[in-house]
Design a binder for this molecule. Sequence first.
Ligand SMILES: N[C@@H](CCC(=O)N[C@@H](CS)C(=O)NCC(=O)O)C(=O)O
Length: 284
Amino acid sequence: MNKTSPYKPAKVWKWEKENGGTFAKTNRPTAGATHDWERPVGIHPLQLYSLGTPNGVKVTVMLEELLARGFSGAEYDAWLIKIGDGDQFGSGFVEINPNSKIPALMDHSTTKPTRVFESGAILLYLAEKFNAFLPSNPALRAECLSWLFWQMGAAPYLGGGFGHFYAYAPVKIEYCIDRYAMEVKRQLDVLDRHLADNQYMCGDEYTIADIAIWPWYGGVILNRAYDAAEFLDAATYQNLDRWTREIAQREAVQRGRMINRTTGPLEEQLHERHDAKDRPGSGK
Ligand SMILES: N[C@@H](CCC(=O)N[C@@H](CS)C(=O)NCC(=O)O)C(=O)O
């Protein structure tokens, strides 16, 4: 491998041109809104503004799980935010997430509507609001939150690191792919060892830790992430494989992963959800 590079960083970095990667059109080094956008508000207590990526799927799975458990207060409208078109920089979205990333949630059942952004914070907010999918026993609760926060810290290495350089970067850079493949395989091993002795991330109970981890790491196992299952030798993580496939069978998970999805087979896409009767398949 050639370890030298003709690139010498300037004294002060300047944004001079798009870097050519898959998200080059929308990436920029500043925050804030780029255009006016009035946020639509539907009829349900919870209004979700999202897209069917792993971070978005965490929330739609949680909402579907809550509804499946009979919490009618978890009824929601799921609006589509097309991040490839820059919708996350519209003023009405930035108002509820100054970080301009999906998912973002508005709870209209509180006296003054409550905004929540960051998928982990949304899961925790909903778990506390409905007292569900979060153990009440202090030790188990600590375990659950440890794995929830593990996921929030770990997944950027999988998505922003490995996924970016393996699938999206305009050039394949061996150093970067090696670095992140090694870290992602270490993370897969962390999960695999833990799941050897635990049915779910927190023992016997399915919790927000599972809901957070499954879309990302289950995605690798099911080859839904970056087409990298073979490269990462995903089949060797047998306990993680068992957990992934068990969770994939849950009806709420199957419904949740289709909401706000705009890629893959049409029969797995439901671009927006406004009613429990909305069903994927129309491609709309
Ligand atoms: N830590 C955030 C990450 C959210 C995130 O990275 N969202 C991506 C899609 S998965 C996004 O909106 N990207 C748009 C952009 O970066 O402009 C969370 O978990 O909510």
